[in-house]
Design a protein around this ligand. Structure first.
Ligand code: SAH
Length: 204
C-alpha cells in the first residue's frame, strides 16, 4: 500500500482496499511469497493477476462512489473485483476462461465477496444489466468495443487499455450527460490480450 501511494495513488478508498485485501489468496502457491510485490504474476490458463499499481491506477481513475454499478471485463484472479467491492461498488464481472471463472467463484465466496460473476464474452458486455456507472476493462483491447460504450451511463467513466500489440495505451472514456464521448490517453501499460470468439476457438 505504501509502495503504490509513493507511486502516486492518492484515493483513500483505493489505498484502504489494497491494504486490506490478502493478495496471497489470489495467487498460485508457487508465487505466494511474492504476493506483496508490485508485480503481475501468472494465475494459470495463460493469464495474469495484474500489478497492484495498475489495479489501483485504473480504479482511481474511475472515481468509484459507494453504490456505483460497475462492469468489469476479465475477472481473472478476482483481485481487481475485490478492490472494486471494497471501494463500495456493486460489481458485475465477466470472464471467458472457464477454468478461472470456476476457481474465482469458489475463492471470492470463501473470502466473503459477492460480485455478480458471469462466464461469457466481454466484448458483448451485459446488456440485460446495463447501463453501468463505470466500466473497467482489464485485458488489452485491440479496439474500443462499441457495445461497451453503449452500456455506459451518461456521466459514466470507462477505463480500457487499447492496443493490439504487447503494450496498450490506457484510455479514459467519459460519456457526458448529453451522450457525447471524450477520450483521454493516460500512458502505456501491459495486459494480456482481450480475446474474441475467433481467436478463442483457434486456441490463441
Ligand atoms: N482483473 C484481473 C486481470 C486478469 S488478466 C485480475 O485482477 O486478476 C485479464 C483476464 O481477461 C484474463 O483472465 C482473460 O481470460 C480475460 N479475458 C480475455 N478476453 C476476454 C473477453 N473477451 N471477455 C472476458 N474476459 C476476457
Amino acid at each position: 500500500m505504501e509502495e503504490i501511494a509513493a507511486k502516486g495513488i492518492t484515493d483513500e478508498k483505493v489505498l484502504k482496499a489494497i491494504d486490506k485485501i490478502p493478495r496471497h489468496f489470489f495467487m498460485d502457491d508457487i508465487f505466494v511469497k511474492f504476493a506483496y510485490a508490485d508485480q503481475a504474476f501468472p494465475i494459470g490458463a495463460g493469464q495474469t493477476i495484474s500489478q497492484p499499481y495498475t489495479v489501483a491506477f485504473q480504479t482511481q481513475q474511475l472515481q468509484i462512489q459507494k453504490g456505483d454499478k460497475v462492469l468489469e471485463i476479465g475477472t481473472g484472479s478476482g483481485y481487481q473485483t475485490a478492490v472494486l467491492l471494497e471501494c463500495g461498488a456493486r460489481v458485475y464481472t465477466i470472464e471467458r476462461q472457464k477454468l478461472l471463472y470456476d476457481k474465482v467463484k469458489t475463492m471470492l465466496g470463501q473470502l466473503g465477496y459477492q460480485p455478480n460473476l458471469f462466464y461469457g464474452d466481454g466484448y458483448k458486455g451485459l446488456p440485460a444489466f446495463a447501463p453501468f456507472d463505470k466500466i473497467l476493462v482489464t485485458c488489452g483491447a485491440p479496439f474500443i468495443p462499441e457495445l461497451l460504450v453503449d452500456q455506459l451511463k451518461p456521466g459514466g467513466r470507462m477505463m480500457i487499455p487499447v492496443g493490439a500489440g504487447e503494450v496498450q495505451e490506457m484510455t479514459l472514456i467519459i460519456k457526458e450527460i448529453d451522450g457525447s464521448i471524450s477520450k483521454t490517453q493516460l500512458g502505456q501499460f501491459k495486459f494480456v490480450p482481450m480475446l474474441g470468439e475467433k481467436e478463442w476457438k483457434q486456441g490463441y
